[in-house]
Design a protein around this ligand. Structure first.
Ligand code: C2E
Ligand code: MG
Ligand code: MG
Length: 853
């Protein structure tokens, strides 16, 4: 410690008090403090330092400074005084631990309490802390320690006796008040109005922070404690009561008590003198703070609960232990078409067809609920909901149980699932029916045939002669009308025992009992032969009919159908308007299907197979999104064979494997070539992959090879799979689709709505695009239901993050409607028919736009 012998001041920013220690010591009457010179390494004296030290010495707080070596350096007068008994040991250089010990030993505490104080301090060591304890005599000291940045510490002592006393008084007052309140006592005030004095019972005195046994006071002693938000109303109401001469007055308001805000209920009796002026007001005042808080919480809860009830989209119906309705939210009013007022008190049994649960007796539902029937409570049930007009709606119901004290109550959540059911059944219908004519489709016909074969069945395949020419001449709208009429006549001709179906294009089928086949065929040709007016013209149709029976080894539905088709081809060839019954010889001749099969086997090698490309177009701006590659077969004799004929044949014979690979390869190569063009917008090419291809070989390896060989970017290739694939083996399909997805190619679900769709399974599959089958697009304008279903499919797809492509869109109004309901893309004649690669290349020009709407 090297001092320069003159004074001391702050070093390194730390304030170091100085001053005349002798004078300070004399004032304090305490031990001698070091002269500033002795402050040594703590700095150099400056005039400012002197002034500061003087000010600190005069402070009411006790201030002491310990140096970096933790020895007492300096303390002010107040510090010596506040240290009391311990002051005797204060001396420059006193080590901090000795100072603490001396201070604590001077406290009027027993050994145990002293140890406690010391431990407390030790725990807070070096952090600086606030610490309270009784000081000498009755005093309380608040001690604060602050570590200094340069080392050492500043200790400040404050006399907290007064503050502590006030706090204690307040605590005692509150405890006493709380005790009074808890023992159920009401406070009382008694107001002598003419004398302008108010007497308070001890509880009220405590409440307003007065002396318990203070005498009467001015009434303001009470009134001024009223909460300012409540006071004007309460006083106004009180004056009004007095003005009307009422003998009683009652109010609830807040009092600002010294220990916090309290709610009170004030019930007073007012006594009037002969002049009608009040002379005395006596009141019982009760503390209702706790009840108020509970009340407010209950109210808030109620408001929240109500908001939930009111805003819920599902019906929420509360019922009591007897099953009677006690709550009925707005959604319930809407769903059940029943006003709340009429619903309250009704048995819930009357709103839901509970007899479906095997409950027949009135009140039976409540009995089972009260018994906690696990088949009912917490379960999701589908039951018809009942409306007052006698109508029903499909409802999804779940019931929860609660208790109000000892009384059970129940809450039913009811959702109208009519919409969902309707869409599902429409999809179901669509899966089984031909959208254009409304009669069964191929799927339904196969299913019916399988069912009827054990009893014996014959199949008639009916093909309208020259339909294509007629379609070209009159337009396809007229063609559609003709097909509808054919379906109707076939149904009539078949009679009640027959099942009619449209197999595709102009090909129809009837399933009939085996002994009725020929006579039905005759009736069919007769029925179709009747003139038909269409497009202002009268036409006469002729049909070729093939007949086959399930017999011998030919018991599989697909065999019977193939036989009937073969017979139909024969009928057509041997002159239109004929019927031919299948016989085994037909197969042997190598004609028909077999011949076609042989031809198909050689077709690719002979360059008869080629691809047409049809654009897929963004509805928003007419941009090209991509192409679908569609397989074409130009037969040297038959001309163009439609894919509807040769694709199923290839599928059945396994030829689809080489054919599919050829298509995939050609399309990918073509797209890769197109994509290298300058300024070419990014687009994808979609390739159809048949079920047999999908499951038959390792399609993933195949796609991987094609990607590698052609160099096409994976995202430029989209694989189209029909719904049937998913149904055949969903688990295997998910696996293959995931692996394809991992290659980076896009996936589309094709002909959506023609399989056995359940809306609920789609999310399992990683599709990027959903292609809405043409039959839905056609059905869109036929009925509102048709439009709704397309809308729902689009919403569903969007919800699953898929884009939608509507297939077979032929007209602008269709396209505009689809755009308006959020469909992403269209594919159809409205943009372009499938075209050869050279023509399709024209749509790739930069800036080229289609105009579908
Ligand atoms: P798809 O995959 O649903 O193809 C769409 C079909 O709708 C095509 O028939 C297309 O020409 C037709 N189309 C497009 N726009 C319109 C329109 O506005 N109106 C009408 N009425 N039809 C339109 P396409 O070319 O006859 O093919 C029929 C089906 O044959 C395809 O249906 C697909 O399932 C299958 N197919 C075609 N090429 C292949 C292929 O390379 N491999 C496999 N596995 N199947 C194929
Ligand atoms: Mg397709
Ligand atoms: Mg399709």
């Amino acid at each position: 410690m090297a001092g320069d012998g003159s004074a001391s001041t702050g070093a390194g920013g730390g304030a170091t008090p100085g001053g005349d220690p002798a004078a300070a010591s004399a004032r304090a009457g305490g031990p001698a403090r070091p002269a500033p010179a002795d402050l040594g390494g703590w700095g150099r004296p400056t005039p400012a330092g002197e002034v500061l030290a003087g000010a600190l010495d005069a402070a009411a707080e006790g201030i002491a400074l310990f140096g970096p070596d933790d020895r007492l350096v300096w303390w002010n007068t107040a510090f010596g005084v506040l240290c009391g008994g311990a002051a005797a040991s204060l001396a420059a250089g006193l080590p901090y631990p000795d100072f603490v010990r001396g201070l604590v030993e001077a406290l009027p505490l027993d050994a145990e309490a002293r140890r406690g104080v010391l431990e407390q301090r030790a725990a807070a060591a070096d952090r600086g802390f606030v610490h309270e304890r009784p000081g000498p005599g009755e005093a309380w000291l608040r001690e604060t320690e602050t570590p200094l940045p340069e080392g050492g510490r500043l200790v400040v002592l404050v006399d907290a006796t007064e503050a502590k006393r006030a706090e204690t008084r307040l605590r005692i007052a509150y405890e006493r008040y709380a005790l009074a309140i808890h023992s159920g006592e009401n406070g009382v005030y008694d107001w002598d109005v003419p004398g302008n004095r108010m007497s308070f019972s001890p509880e009220l005195q405590l409440l307003i922070g007065g002396d318990e046994d203070a005498g009467p006071q001015a009434p303001e002693a009470w009134w001024r404690h009223l909460h300012p938000d409540d006071a004007p109303d309460v006083l106004a109401a009180f004056r009004a009561a007095v003005g009307q001469g009422r003998p009683r007055f009652r109010a609830e308001y807040r009092i600002r008590a010294p220990f916090g805000e309290r709610w009170v209920s004030d019930r007073c009796a007012i006594v009037y003198g002969p002049d009608g002026e009040p002379t005395r007001v006596v009141s019982a005042v009760r503390d209702i703070t706790v009840a108020k808080a509970a009340e407010r919480e209950a109210k808030e809860r109620e408001i929240r609960t109500l908001a939930i009830l009111e805003g819920a989209l599902d019906a929420i119906v509360g019922m009591d232990s007897e099953g009677r309705v006690i709550e009925f939210n707005p959604a319930a009013e809407r769903i059940f078409a029943l006003p709340r007022a009429d619903a309250l008190g009704r048995p819930f049994d009357a709103l839901i067809a509970v007899e479906r649960l095997g409950i027949s007796e009135p009140g039976g539902l409540a009995l089972r609920l009260v018994a906690g029937d696990p088949a009912l409570i917490g379960r999701r049930l589908e039951l018809p909901g009942l409306r007052p007009d006698g109508s029903e709606f499909p409802a999804e119901l779940s019931i929860t149980a609660g208790r109000f004290g000892d009384t059970p109550f129940f809450t039913a959540f009811v959702r109208d699932i009519g919409d969902r059911k309707r869409v599902e059944s429409q999809l179901q219908f669509a899966a089984w029916h031909d959208r254009l004519t409304g009669i069964g489709n191929r799927t339904r016909m196969m299913e019916q045939l399988a069912r009827r074969i054990p009893q014996g069945a014959a199949v008639l395949v009916i093909d309208v002669d020259r339909f294509r020419i007629l379609n070209d001449d009159l337009g396809h709208r007229a063609g559609d009308i003709v097909l509808g009429e054919v379906a109707r006549r076939l149904e009539l001709a078949g009679g009640p025992e027959a099942t009619a179906a449209r197999l595709g294009g102009d090909e129809f089928a009837l399933i009939v009992p085996p002994d009725r086949a020929e006579e039905t065929a005759a009736r069919v040709r007769e029925a179709l032969g009747r003139p038909l007016a269409v497009g202002g013209q009268e036409i006469v149709l002729k049909a070729s009919v093939g007949i086959a029976r399930a017999d011998g080894p030919r018991q599989r539905p697909e065999d019977v159908l193939a036989d009937a088709q073969l017979a139909m081809y024969r009928a057509k060839r041997s002159g239109k308007g004929q019927e031919v019954v299948f016989d085994q010889a037909m197969r042997a001749t190598g004609s028909g299907q077999l011949a076609l099969e042989n031809d198909l086997r050689r077709a690719a090698g002979r360059g008869e197979i080629w691809l047409a490309y049809q654009p897929i177009v963004h509805l928003g701006d007419g941009r090209l999104a991509g192409f679908e590659a569609l397989c074409r077969w130009t037969h040297p004799e038959r001309g163009s064979v439609p894919p509807a004929t040769f694709v199923p044949l290839a599928e059945e014979t396994g030829l689809i494997l080489p054919l599919g690979r050829h298509v995939l390869d050609t399309a990918a190569r073509q797209a890769a070539a197109w994509r290298t063009r300058d300024g070419c917008a990014p687009f994808s090419v979609s390739v159809n992959v048949s079920p047999r291809q999908f499951f038959g070989r390792d399609v993933v390896a195949e796609v991987e090879e094609v990607l590698a060989e052609t160099g096409i970017a994976p995202e430029a290739l989209s694989i189209e799979i029909t719904e049937g694939v998913l149904i055949a083996d969903a688990d295997a399909a998910v696996d293959t689709l995931r692996r394809l997805k991992d290659l980076g190619v896009k996936l589309s679900i094709d002909d959506f709505g023609t399989g056995y769709s359940s809306l609920s399974y789609l999310h399992r599959f990683p599709f990027d695009t959903l292609k809405i089958d043409r039959s839905f697009v056609v059905g869109m304008h036929a009925s509102r239901a048709g439009a709704v279903i397309v809308h729902r499919i689009i919403d569903l797809a969007r919800g699953l993050g898929m884009r939608t492509v509507a297939e077979g869109v032929e007209t602008r109004p269709e396209a505009a409607y689809l755009r308006d309901i959020g469909c992403t893309c269209v594919q159809g004649w409205v943009c372009a028919r499938p075209a050869k690669a050279e023509e399709a290349a024209g749509w790739l020009a930069p800036g080229f736009r289609f105009d579908p709407c």
